[in-house]
Design a protein around this ligand. Structure first.
Ligand SMILES: Cc1cc2nc3c(=O)[nH]c(=O)nc-3n(C[C@H](O)[C@H](O)[C@H](O)COP(=O)(O)OP(=O)(O)OC[C@H]3O[C@@H](n4cnc5c(N)ncnc54)[C@H](O)[C@@H]3O)c2cc1C
Length: 234
């Protein structure tokens, strides 16, 4: 059995995005569009097909992309997951339950802390050297340790898991299966692989894109070109 491709978006050895399975191809997108004219076929993808994909994306004919699915296993901090779950259409999710299992001691600690941006839209900016990184890391670590110790203490007292988990912070890792159809995946990426999104969520979005792109290479190429990404050929 081959190991499924996995990326670690936050580079800490806990964060992970794994490609679990996929359904469909660029050709499936073309066939779903061409069935309107009875023109679907088994022939390999050709230049006309590529043009059609470009046309569909440009004119937001989204439904042909919906027959194509990608399932990821996502291990991310709860604060990232709270943003992923806002994508309601064409996205399916199942998550580990803190009611049924004892939650593992898995905490995300930022490798470096950012400052609040003067403009809220941008949200955060790199530290200009004025932040006391060591002090921030110590506060974060202390808060995590105290919270996780409280969780374990409550369990030891006999408190149910579904209540004890209430003391755990947003930096706790959670894990889920997420299935996106390709339309919803591109929509997600346009919002979250974007400088306006939280930096850590951007890293997850890029990991999802990196794993999905080889499965739908023409779609991603044309989508990137439409977004005006450097290096993407129209
Ligand atoms: C940078 C950024 C900052 C954000 N900040 C906040 C925040 O401060 N607070 C907050 O609550 N959320 C925030 N969000 C979440 C945001 O409001 C969206 O919920 C999220 O991005 C999902 O986008 P969506 O609704 O387009 O996607 P989906 O939920 O997947 O919906 C896809 C599309 O379906 C259509 N659709 C879905 N539901 C409806 C509906 N009920 N009625 C009509 N059409 C519908 C829309 O066309 C929508 O674009 C933020 C998102 C981003 C990217």
């Amino acid at each position: 059995m081959t190991t499924p491709p996995t990326l670690s978006p936050l580079g800490d050895g806990i964060s992970a995005v794994t490609l679990v399975q996929h359904v469909g191809s660029d050709k499936m997108i073309v066939n779903a569009a061409r069935v309107s004219f009875g023109g679907d076929s088994d022939a390999p993808l050709n230049g006309r097909d590529e043009k059609l994909i470009r046309y569909l994306l440009r004119h937001q004919h989204g439904s042909p992309f919906e027959h194509n699915l990608v399932t990821f296993k996502v291990v991310c901090p709860i604060f990232v997951d709270r943003q992923l779950v806002r994508h309601r259409v064409g996205v399916s999710k199942n998550e580990i339950s803190g009611r049924y299992v004892e939650l593992q001691e898995r905490n995300f600690t930022p490798p470096s802390f950012r400052r609040q941006a003067p403009s809220n839209r941008q949200a955060s900016v790199e530290d200009d050297g004025t932040l006391d990184q060591a002090a921030a890391a110590a506060v974060w670590e202390g808060a995590w340790r105290a919270a996780f110790a409280a969780y374990q203490e409550l369990l030891a007292l006999g408190v149910t898991r579904e209540q004890a988990r209430g003391v755990l912070p947003l930096s706790l890792y959670t894990e889920s299966y997420y299935t996106f159809n390709v339309r919803s995946l591109l929509h997600f990426l346009s919002l979250r692989d974007h400088e306006g999104a939280q930096y850590e969520t951007q890293l997850y979005a890029r990991a999802l894109a990196e794993l999905a792109e080889p499965l739908f290479p023409v779609t991603f190429r044309e989508w990137r070109a439409l977004r005006g990404e450097a290096g993407a050929k129209p």
